[in-house]
Design a protein around this ligand. Structure first.
Ligand code: NAI
Ligand code: MG
Length: 355
């Protein structure tokens, strides 16, 4: 079982080190290989996704990824910015299906800014299409407008694009995930305005024929954003496109208490996967030893389950996380009255001890 370890930038190093510590404690035959990615790779090799890193990722069964990015790279040309590394990996490996389970542990209901009764017992799954949509669509660029509201002035444009096969495969992923859970799927789009969303909805309805046991409903993205904070427990599985999913999944993260709790898996059709916390490199707290490593540790558990076929090891990690929360240990982002504040490293150590 070959794993590429790509810590990246900012808190990436701190949180990935804790996940690796937990993986090592499992005594599984895991071959781990480290590589640079993001701003760290740009500094050392002149590119955020060096060829060697990409090759390592391609030849591994799974990738454990920290996070990339720092505001200081905003001055670089777009193709050299750290964020291009994660987009490049998704594209090169065909990682089109992004799973973000948002679970609110009962111990954390008071860590969220939302009312406890709203989120207690929350367990929803957000599935985001990850390789299409406006983030990858061409043409894109800047030009002098020939038409539009202000002809003769500078404009910028991106293209929102989805093909039928792209929507079909994420639809199958979502219906199959719903079959394994509460058998309810909500497809989120903006079909009242967007052509891509109309195709998205049409394909969802067609694919639904093959899954008569799953109840499909549709919601416009603006309403979905509202319902997620109004009545999040009404959802079971949510499937949506790349951009809407980006935004809704950060919103869903807050339902779990902290973005530091939300793991993610990005899979291709060979079950090769990239596993990363849903948050970014958090430059504001990097190097302080206070980042929450649990999203990354839980991502490692998803890696064992989805790409490495080690479901028992995944269960052990998840049970250990549950246990440290029961023990009252909290990093700063999830601290509440009556709990004990611990550092990133102490949290990792506690998870290992709880294994
Ligand atoms: P962010 O997720 O890095 O941080 C947002 C806020 O959440 C910050 O206040 C941060 O301190 C806090 N936070 C994040 N993770 C935490 C953790 N584990 N424990 C405790 N607190 C945590 O998002 P932001 O600030 O918008 O972006 C920072 C950089 O990260 C940017 O360069 C951005 O492009 C990049 N980014 C990278 C991603 C990736 O590598 N997949 C995803 C999202 C952002
Ligand atoms: Mg995001």
């Amino acid at each position: 079982m070959k794993i590429a370890i790509l810590p990246g930038d900012g808190i990436g190093h701190e949180i990935v080190a804790e996940a690796v510590k937990v993986l090592n404690a499992l005594n599984l035959p895991l071959e781990m290989n480290w590589a640079d990615v993001g701003g760290t790779a740009y500094e050392k090799h002149g590119h955020p996704l060096p060829e060697a890193t990409l090759e390592l990722a391609k030849s591994s069964d799974a990738i454990l990824f920290g996070a990339v990015g720092d505001w200081k790279y905003d001055v670089l040309e777009r193709h050299l910015r750290p964020e291009q590394a994660i987009l490049g990996l998704r594209k090169a490996l065909g990682l089109y299906a992004n799973f973000r389970p948002a679970i609110c542990y009962k111990e954390l209901v008071n860590a969220s800014s939302l009312k406890p009764e709203l989120i207690a017992g929350l367990d929803i799954l957000l599935i985001r299409e990850l390789t299409g949509d406006i983030y990858f669509g061409t043409p894109r660029g800047r030009r002098t407008a020939e038409d539009g509201h202000f002809p003769g002035t500078e404009e910028a444009f991106d293209t929102m694009r989805y093909s039928r096969p792209e929507i079909e495969r994420i639809a199958h992923t979502a219906f199959q995930a719903a079959q394994k859970r509460g058998k309810r799927l909500t497809s989120v789009d903006k079909n009242n305005v967007l052509e891509t969303s109309q195709l998205w909805k049409d394909v969802m309805v067609e694919v639904a024929q093959q899954y008569p046991d799953v109840a499909l409903d549709h919601m416009l993205v603006d309403n979905a954003a509202m319902q997620l904070v109004k009545a999040p427990k009404k959802f079971d599985v949510v499937v949506t496109g790349n951009m809407f999913g980006d935004i809704l999944s950060d919103e869903a993260a807050m339902l779990t208490g902290s973005i530091g709790m939300l793991p993610s898996a990005s899979l291709n059709d060979r079950n090769q996967g990239l596993y990363e916390p849903s948050h970014g490199s958090a430059p504001d707290i990097a190097g302080k030893g206070i980042a929450n490593p649990l999203a990354t540790i839980l991502s490692a558990a998803m890696m064992l389950r989805f790409s490495l076929n080690q479901p028992e090891a995944a269960d052990r990690i998840e049970a250990a996380v549950q246990k440290v929360l029961e023990q009252g240990l909290r990093t700063a982002d999830i601290l509440s009255e009556g709990t004990t504040k611990v550092s990133t490293v102490e949290m990792g150590d506690a998870v290992v001890a709880a294994l």
